[in-house]
Design a binder for this molecule. Structure first.
Ligand code: PDD
Length: 286
């Protein structure tokens, strides 16, 4: 069935949604995006995603063409018309169509292009959550502003495809011997002593909305947490590894570079965090 999508003020059929070849999102990857999970037809942690959207836009001097309140109304309308129960809503705002190709930002009268669409998918019952996933490590060749959620995603696409070509599920990215994050998720390990470790926030990684909530939940559970960089070797020796994002919540990692993590089964910390995160998400979705 054709989805109804949103493009610049209009709710239209996906086959009718057209963006100019001069759109800077198309020509330069000059656009930012957000993905908000949907459970039971409600938005999960959308406030965090909207705050990050505003920040990404501010960092790049892209003026949102509508207010955050209007975006939320658009998200709700898309959920309704597409009868979305479980999945996500993708939002992208580009610097717009400047009528030609020029590196300089266009004048302020060029209106940013706003696109939103729904994606139906199972978030709660997925084999990756129960069986865990396998990853390889690969060099992090991305740019230096990974805190901005831009659509310039060729490096993570290459990393992900490289992983699939090797018959594993995803890639963890390495810089100077340390893991930064996954191709499209934040990365965590649990040491043999039970300490939960994930890289500290900086421009090196995306400031995950799910990461923030998980660390708060872990603290409430009195888990020992260290926000610091960890090496690939530490990851191989960990008692658990996992990833987080809006579309996975928490997925255990059971193998890294062909090396089995602990007994090769999803660990208790990842399983517990996934369960309490989902509980919170279901309670707070709106
Ligand atoms: N990816 N790190 C990277 C590089 C990401 O692309 C993402 C999200 C995350 C997790 O952030 P959050 O918890 O806010 O989803 C971390 C989204 C889901 C995507 O690109 O589809």
């Amino acid at each position: 069935m054709e989805r109804t999508v949103y493009l610049d003020g209009q709710f239209i059929k996906e086959s009718e949604a057209k963006v100019s070849i001069f759109d800077r999102g198309f020509l330069f990857g000059d656009a930012v995006y957000e993905v908000t999970a949907v459970l039971n037809g409600l938005l999960v942690e959308n406030e965090g995603h909207m705050l990050r959207l505003q920040r990404s836009c501010d960092e790049l001097q892209i003026a949102l063409p509508v207010t955050i309140e209007q975006i939320i109304a658009i998200q709700r309308e898309l959920i309704k018309v597409n009868q979305l129960d479980e999945g996500g809503i993708y939002l992208q705002v580009s610097r717009g169509n400047a009528g030609d190709r020029d590196f300089a930002y266009p004048s302020a009268d060029v209106k940013p292009t706003l696109v939103l669409f729904t994606q139906a998918r199972s978030l709660l019952n997925t084999p990756k959550a129960t069986k865990g996933m396998k990853v390889i490590t690969t060099e992090d060749i991305r740019w230096k502003r990974r805190d901005i959620k831009t659509v310039g995603l060729l490096a993570p696409c290459m990393a992900k495809q490289g992983a699939l070509d090797k018959q594993v599920d995803d890639a963890w990215l390495i810089e100077d011997g340390y893991i930064t994050e996954g191709s499209s998720n934040n990365a965590y390990i649990v040491t043999q002593e039970g300490v939960l470790i994930t890289r500290a926030l900086s421009n090196d990684i995306l400031h995950g909305i799910t990461r923030k909530a998980l660390l708060e939940l872990a603290e409430k559970e009195n888990m020992k947490i260290e926000e610091r960089s960890f090496t690939v070797e530490e990851a191989y020796q960990a008692s658990e590894a996992f990833v987080s994002s809006a579309t996975t919540f928490v997925w255990p990692v059971i193998e890294i570079d062909g090396k089995t993590i602990a007994d090769g089964k999803p660990g208790s910390v990842a399983t517990k965090l996934r369960n309490i995160y989902i509980e919170l998400a279901l309670q707070t979705a709106e």
